[in-house]
Design a protein. Structure first.
Length: 309
């Protein structure tokens, strides 16, 4: 009489393999990091969203408000202006950082005298704090003794002198220049690393086919650098949304008349000047949603580009 082996439930067998194999060891090693991630990221994220659904001034007990804070944002004139300024800031910064960063990387990639010095010099502004950069450029932009207006006078261009941070029409663009100056070396270094991975044989083949410098750039350099372009774009996008508070606050504090107000400066003013903690939390989650959707869209575009190639 033959007997059939007793069947083991699939879930039980998988659990047994997990415990007897490397799964248990991996779980134990990941557990401390997972606990810290949940404690310092997931819990504050969920608690902040819960706070955005209430009315709270930071001292009294929170009262339920539902999605009224989010509905209020749709009619907040200053918030909408700050969001528009943020979008202008993002587009200008991302375009300039990529174009100028790639151009600077192409120059630094050439064999020239003092190339190491120029590479280091280009990266120096990245190492400076936001406050130091803001103070430096506030002196440069000073309409009375600033270096910029003084230089225009020196070259006989006094008619171009401006109140660079006091004129509502140009103040935001003046801040954009500062942000690009600070981060240009960072993006250039990323591009430079990408340029050095392009095989020299591709350029030699293009030369043999009669391609000039411009043709080699369009048909060899740029296609090979597209993954780096996407990476720099995502970095520039996230930075322009969530790392512009310090520069704006030190230079203008959002003025004049909210002309340079961005979402982060408005959020901080609502939280710590007006005491509207819940409203500020709602602003933060709207910003998170915008950055998240933009990043996901860029990653999807990057994956599609790779598949097409």
């Amino acid at each position: 009489m033959s007997t059939r082996p007793q069947e083991v439930a699939p879930s039980a067998s998988r659990f047994a393999r997990f415990v007897s194999g490397d799964g248990a060891t991996a779980f134990v090693m990941i557990l401390p990091a997972a606990i810290l991630f949940g404690l310092f990221y997931l819990w504050p994220f969920g608690n902040g969203f819960w706070l955005s659904l209430h009315n709270w001034d930071g001292f009294s007990d929170p009262s339920w408000a539902g999605f009224s804070n989010y509905q209020r944002l749709a009619h907040d004139r200053i918030f909408l202006a700050a969001l528009r300024n943020n979008l202008i800031f993002v587009v200008a910064v991302v375009v300039l950082k990529n174009v100028l960063g790639l151009g600077l990387a192409l120059l630094l990639n050439r064999v020239v005298l003092g190339r190491t010095f120029f590479r280091a010099a280009a990266f120096v502004p990245v190492t400076m704090s936001f406050v130091a950069v803001g103070l430096l450029w506030s002196w440069i932009y000073n309409p009375v003794f600033g270096l910029l207006n003084g230089g225009l006078d020196l070259f006989g261009l006094g008619g171009l002198k401006q109140s660079w941070l006091g004129d509502a029409d140009i103040a935001l663009y003046s801040i954009i220049v500062v942000d690009v100056w600070k981060w240009l070396g960072f993006h250039a270094v990323i591009y430079l690393a990408g340029l050095q991975t392009i095989p020299a044989e591709l350029y030699e083949s293009a030369k043999m086919d009669g391609a000039g410098p411009v043709q080699r750039f369009w048909h060899v350099t740029l296609p090979m650098m597209m993954p780096i372009v996407f990476i720099n774009t995502i970095l520039g996008l996230s930075g322009a949304f969530v790392r512009n508070f310090d520069i704006v606050y030190v230079l203008t504090k959002g003025g004049p008349n909210h002309a340079t107000e961005v979402v982060l400066t408005y959020m901080m003013s609502k939280a710590f000047q007006d005491g509207a903690m819940s409203y500020a939390a709602a602003i933060g989650y709207v910003l998170f949603l915008i950055v998240g959707l933009a990043s996901v869209g860029l990653l999807a575009l990057m994956r599609r580009q790779r598949l097409e190639v």
